[in-house]
Design a protein around this ligand. Structure first.
Ligand SMILES: *Cc1c(COP(=O)(O)O)cnc(C)c1O
Length: 466
């Protein structure tokens, strides 16, 4: 039976030199917690062990305690390399932020700001003033406000304009986005009654006409985002729906989802509907995300008629859903980049990645493949192959972008599936985890979103050590 009582006490350890250094680096409480946890672990090991050889010298305890402190000190949220081929990947935090926008966040983060304070008059003001004019001048809207994300924007609009009233929506637009955003659920949580109109594939203007009654609060169109209905289809246009709503003195609201502020065709990408177009077609309010094609922070933008925006701001939900100073600073700086469309493609990471040419991606892939073959040739075959990237986040779901990938195949006689799973796990456990996908018996790294070539090479070289 091992000698448990020979373990040093917490107090004795805390007085010894190396532990004092740990206290200085990590703080007293964290160090004491770490020592307690390590000693408890050793005691448990000892009580289970049948040997009498005890390995609990102070040095061993020291190394366990410092490992514990170092791993507990690491943030769980950290950078990863998104090589999945989905540019705006919701699970990987969607859009990277532009340099200018990061600087703007830094400036306001560290101190106090005039977030809701009018410096000229010395009075309380509204936090939206920092972004409203920018959004209006880019979208052509009368007024604008911002909340935490687009789901919140939709909820705020529905709850403000149609509480305890009916909202007709086409059956073809009752979408689910990313599992937790489902139009019927958002309707009921916003205290609205959804009235399903038409059929899945065909909804006519007359279907909407029939659905309008004394209890109707507004008419809504939802961008189907992550799917398309093909074949025998028809839908009332936003122009027609706006006209119909206005004949009945109802607001017409569009949830645009991604919403881009520029014509993507100007950048050689497929067209995606803009808030400008919806407003021109008669929408009274349009909602869209800040971190999808717009390329900014997580936010929900609401643009449109100023009398309606005023009503939104009076809803107590607005207070619960509002953005903080960092989001507002980030969004404002991102929007300012749109003032200069020629520079935008270089400054806005989302647009830069979406417009990267296949030739450029292939050159990068060839260069990296050559380097990796040198270091990994004994364990993996590495090839460069054409692939297709996706925009992601429900924008243009069927449009693909030509790209190139590094295709990594483990050199094994058998058990390829297991070897691939093992490889993907090792890639995920690197200091900067690499996220790709398994396809056709290989591991694919689409390089469209790679901005730091050296980072990928240096991370991959650690694979040998694992
Ligand atoms: C993405 C999306 C949402 C949700 O937006 P978040 O910013 O993720 O809250 C809502 N509606 C549509 C049509 C969308 O595409």
């Amino acid at each position: 039976m091992p000698d448990l009582y020979k373990l040093p006490s917490v107090d004795r350890l805390l007085r010894s030199e190396p532990f004092i250094a740990l206290i200085e680096a990590f703080g007293r409480k964290a160090t004491v917690d770490a020592i307690r946890s390590v000693l408890k672990h050793i005691r448990k090991e000892l009580s289970l062990s049948k040997t009498t050889t005890l390995d609990f010298e102070e040095n061993k305890i020291l190394s366990l305690v410092s490992d514990y402190l170092i791993s507990a000190d690491k943030p769980t949220l950290k950078p990863v390399l998104n090589l999945t081929g989905t540019v705006l990947h919701t699970n990987l935090g969607r859009s990277p932020i532009a340099f200018e926008a990061i600087e703007a966040m830094k400036v306001v983060a560290s101190g106090t700001t005039n977030l809701e304070f009018n410096l000229e008059r010395g009075e309380r003001s509204d936090r939206d003033v920092h972004i409203e004019d920018l959004i209006c001048s880019l979208t052509g809207a009368e007024a604008a406000t911002v909340v935490n994300n687009n789901a919140a924007a939709v909820m705020l609009v529905l709850n403000t304009l149609s509480r305890r009233k009916e909202v007709p929506v086409s059956r073809g637009e009752l979408v689910e986005i990313g599992g937790s955003f489902r139009i019927p659920d958002i309707m009921s949580r916003s205290d609205c009654r959804l009235v399903e109109v038409g059929t899945t594939n065909r909804t006519h203007l007359s279907d909407f006409e029939k659905a309008i009654g004394p209890k109707t609060g507004l008419i809504m169109a939802v961008h189907t985002s992550n799917y398309v209905i093909e074949g025998f289809t028809s839908n009332a246009s936003e122009f027609e729906l706006a006209d119909l709503a206005h004949k009945h003195e109802l607001p017409f609201v569009v949830d645009l989802g991604s919403g881009t502020l520029v014509d993507l065709e100007d950048y050689g990408l497929p067209h995606e509907r803009t808030p400008q177009e919806s407003i021109k077609d008669g929408a009274d309010l349009v909602t869209f995300s800040g971190d999808k094609l717009l390329g900014g922070p997580q936010a929900g933008l609401i643009v449109g008629r100023s009398d309606l925006i005023k009503k939104l701001k009076k809803n107590p939900l607005k207070r619960a859903l509002r953005c903080d100073k960092m989001t507002i600073a980030c969004l404002a700086a991102t929007l300012r980049l749109y003032d200069n469309p020629d520079r935008l493609i270089r400054r806005l990471p989302a647009l830069r990645m979406l417009t990267r040419s296949p030739d450029e991606i292939k050159e990068t892939a060839d260069r990296i493949a050559t380097e990796l073959r040198n270091s990994l040739e004994n364990s993996f075959n590495i090839n460069v192959s054409p692939t297709q990237s996706q925009i992601g986040s429900g924008a243009l779901p069927i449009e693909n972008l030509d790209s190139y990938a590094l295709v990594i195949s483990p050199i094994v006689e058998r058990g390829r599936g297991a070897a691939l799973k093992d490889l993907s796990k090792r890639l995920r456990s690197l200091p900067v985890p690499i996220i790709g996908r398994i396809l056709n018996d290989s591991y694919w790294l689409d390089l469209r979103c790679l901005e730091d070539e050296e980072e990928l090479v240096s991370q991959m070289s650690l694979l040998n050590l694992k």
